[in-house]
Design a protein around this ligand. Structure first.
Ligand SMILES: Cc1cc2nc3c(=O)[nH]c(=O)nc-3n(C[C@H](O)[C@H](O)[C@H](O)COP(=O)(O)OP(=O)(O)OC[C@H]3O[C@@H](n4cnc5c(N)ncnc54)[C@H](O)[C@@H]3O)c2cc1C
Length: 465
């Protein structure tokens, strides 16, 4: 343990996209910056791994065109980051058949039984001009899409992703997670001439993790100090509008602490005990976990699709991607890897299942869902404890209690997907990091009015899938 605290004008908790973009921009603005990261690598949920000699991501990841121009501008300043334009080529299992994904009206008409197709159209038409209603996820989805899509897609999907009945989830989940909630955006996505933006995406030539590894490399070159394998054990408010951050190896002092770590962990780290109602509110902010099952196949390519979406009950997987198909020159390697995303609760039977048991279950379920037969040579798993924020009705009150308590510390900013307990995209996490730096005034202090307005803007983000 170093005896004298290290002093920085900005200390950032977490080296995911939000923390890294804040770090590099703060350094570019002339501040001394430290990043404390509990793992050994940058990237958070947006990392890549190497499995059987291939670059794979932590589940299917794309850089969406929906990003703000300033985020694109920021990415263009990062040396070594090379983005290729890719055409989406996915499919979704609905009504026991495969439809192209993103969905298109033409494909739906060609593939679905005609009575289902016309029922869907009729249900949409009956909703024309009606406003979205209700306070639960199921109310909001039913009022926007009708009963058929709710029953066959959103209801099982809700149980699978969040482990919760759609009746018990807040309507906010629909507002934040379902980008096609308004009729206008649905039409834009379904009609070929209007949907080119959703048909393409950007993907780094070195795998998705290259976005963060390139930002981290550039930040390091500019003088940001990284403290990997450091876990925060305490945060102490000290005099002069500053704080001390204690980690297992080093102690830091700063007048600007920016946290992107899970909201539920922050209050318990404070040396000044937070009020019981704040602690219990943050304790109720739960995340769904995920097991990522990687199956290495001896085939050059398993299917032509980048991702298979599986909303239904017939499998515990929510999506299966083939990382190789995200790259342009993908057929050079003689083997391929599948990445199976399996949402679960940390500690439940899926989380605790052996790799062998999980892969046997998945292979059986894939066979009954119309996938080609497969026989993996190698199986690997990665377990992510905090993936999807679970937002039951009334969770807003808990989040609000925590936010109000945080507001009293004018040296503390909280943002990022886990910090704000939001189901965010990488491009939006980067935007939050950029806004954090924008919120600093000429004296290096946070302009609270600017930050509160930024928080309002962040809350309007709708996730791109
Ligand atoms: C399966 C899946 C698919 C996705 N697909 C897409 C996609 O296609 N496109 C897209 O734009 N987004 C996608 N996302 C979302 C994207 O991964 C996240 O939005 C993004 O990584 C969030 O960045 P962040 O910096 O806010 O948080 P994170 O990436 O979670 O980073 C937080 C960092 O904080 C660190 N940390 C946590 N606790 C501590 C502690 N106590 N001390 C120190 N460090 C700590 C973590 O180790 C981590 O490095 C997907 C997410 C998932 C789970």
């Amino acid at each position: 343990m170093t005896t004298r605290p290290l002093s920085f004008s900005v200390v950032i908790l977490g080296a995911g996209p939000a923390g890294l973009s804040a770090a590099i921009q703060a350094r570019r603005a002339g501040h001394s910056v430290a990043v404390i990261e509990k793992s050994s690598l940058p990237g958070g949920m947006s990392q890549s791994l190497n499995i059987a000699g291939q670059t794979v991501d932590l589940g299917s990841h794309r850089l969406h065109y929906a990003m703000r121009p300033e985020v694109m501008g920021f990415l263009q300043t990062i040396p070594e980051l090379e983005l290729q334009i890719r055409k989406r080529h996915g499919r979704i299992r609905l009504f026991e058949r495969w439809l192209g994904y993103p969905l298109s009206l033409v494909d739906m008409c060609r593939t679905l039984p005609l009575q289902v197709f016309f029922k869907l159209l009729l249900e949409q038409a009956m909703r024309l001009g009606r406003s979205r209603a209700g306070d639960s996820f199921s109310d909001r989805i039913r009022s926007s899409f009708g009963e058929t899509l709710f029953k066959y897609f959103y209801q099982p999907y809700s149980w699978k992703l969040w482990g919760t009945s759609p009746d018990d989830l807040s309507a906010e989940v629909a507002e934040q997670r379902v980008s096609a909630l308004s009729l206008r955006s649905r039409l834009q996505r379904l009609i070929p001439l209007l949907n080119s933006r959703w048909k393409r995406f950007l993907y780094p030539t070195g795998g998705y993790g290259q976005i963060c590894s390139s930002i981290a490399a550039e930040a390091d070159r500019l003088g940001v100090e990284f403290f990997y394998n450091h876990s925060v054990s305490a945060i102490e408010p000290i005099s002069g509008g500053a704080c001390r951050i204690v980690t297992d190896g080093t102690t830091f002092e700063t007048q600007n602490l920016w946290s992107t770590i899970p909201a539920s962990q922050l209050a318990v780290l404070f040396s000044v005990t937070a009020p019981a109602e704040v602690l219990s509110a943050s304790d109720r902010l739960q995340h769904r976990a995920m097991v990522l099952l990687y199956l290495v196949l001896r085939d050059q390519q398993y299917t032509e699709f980048d991702a298979h979406y599986l909303p239904g009950e017939s499998t515990i997987a929510s999506r299966i991607s083939e990382p190789k198909n995200y790259f342009e020159s993908h057929l050079l390697n003689q083997s391929t890897v599948l990445c199976v995303e399996i949402p679960c609760w940390e500690g439940d039977s899926t989380w605790l299942a052996t790799d062998q048991v999980l892969s046997e279950q998945i292979i059986t379920e894939m066979a009954s869902n119309g996938f080609p037969a497969l026989s993996p040579d190698e199986i690997q798993t990665v377990r992510l404890p905090k993936v999807y924020p679970v937002m039951p009705k009334g969770y807003e009150n808990d989040l609000d209690k925590l936010a109000k308590w945080i507001e009293q510390y004018n040296w503390l900013l909280v943002f990022g997907r886990q910090g704000l307990f939001v189901p965010d995209n990488l491009h939006h996490a980067i935007y939050m990091g950029l806004q954090a730096v924008e919120s600093l005034d000429d004296n290096g202090k946070i302009n609270q009015e600017f930050w509160q307005e930024s928080l309002e803007t962040f809350s309007t983000h709708v996730v791109e899938d």
